[in-house]
Design a protein around this ligand. Structure first.
Ligand code: FMN
Length: 197
């Protein structure tokens, strides 16, 4: 028994949500995005995932407002280092990459090595954080997309946004309104995925 009224109670709407979730493209997202209170709820849902060892092996970086422009400048500098002859259009693409949505949350995996909990399990927990955040935003009527793109892996960018040694970007989660109707895509057939032992 537990005294939390939201547990052990059928929640068909939650099932609808799980079975209907789809991404809205980060490339075609508009505002308004989640407000401060909604963002807090999204972050809290993210921090609510299963986490072997209670390590909380993840943290979150929020990009909104001018922070998105500052990230654009970081991306432009990173591009200049790796592609000094990049075209003006390419530079502009990076300057505006984080302006594609009103809110972006980077989920950072901070897995620790040399402890009894395998790094793999800590990284899986970071993936669950991303999915919980997407679902929370979806439940509030926003669309979301989990993207990595080159900036999740670029050493200059990782340093500029404050990642420490061993930390990795699990994903940049874009949140906003869909600028276009969402398209369904074929989903894997359960028959191909499931065996019984
Ligand atoms: C770890 C991870 C990284 C991803 N990175 C990208 C990406 O960089 N660009 C992209 O278009 N989709 C990326 N995706 C896929 C999208 O999040 C999304 O799943 C895909 O567009 C299909 O849409 P759906 O979520 O409706 O199935 C990534 C997914 C995961 C799990």
């Amino acid at each position: 028994m537990n005294d939390n009224p939201s547990l052990n109670r059928p929640a068909p709407q939650t099932l609808d949500l799980l079975l209907s979730r789809r991404s809205g493209s980060a490339k075609t997202m508009s505002g308004p995005g989640p407000d401060g209170e909604e963002l807090r709820t999204i972050l809290a849902a993210g921090a609510r995932v299963p986490d072997h060892g209670k390590l909380a092996p993840w943290r979150f970086i929020v990009f909104e407002g001018e922070g998105r422009e500052r990230m654009g400048e970081v991306l432009v500098k990173a591009l200049a280092a790796s592609e000094p002859n990049a075209s003006p259009a390419r530079v502009e693409q990076e300057r505006t990459r984080f302006l594609r949505a009103p809110l972006i949350v980077a989920v950072i995996s901070s897995a620790r090595e040399l402890i009894p909990i395998p790094v793999w399990e800590q990284e899986l927990s970071a993936g669950a954080v991303c999915q919980n955040m997407l679902l929370a935003a979806h439940a509030m009527g926003y669309v979301g997309q989990w993207v990595s793109e080159w900036c999740a892996y670029d050493p200059f960018v990782k340093n500029a946004i404050g990642l420490k040694a061993g930390e990795r970007v699990a994903g940049y989660l874009y949140f906003g309104q869909p600028a276009e109707p969402l398209e369904e895509r074929p989903r894997p057939s359960l028959e191909a995925l499931v065996t019984r032992f």
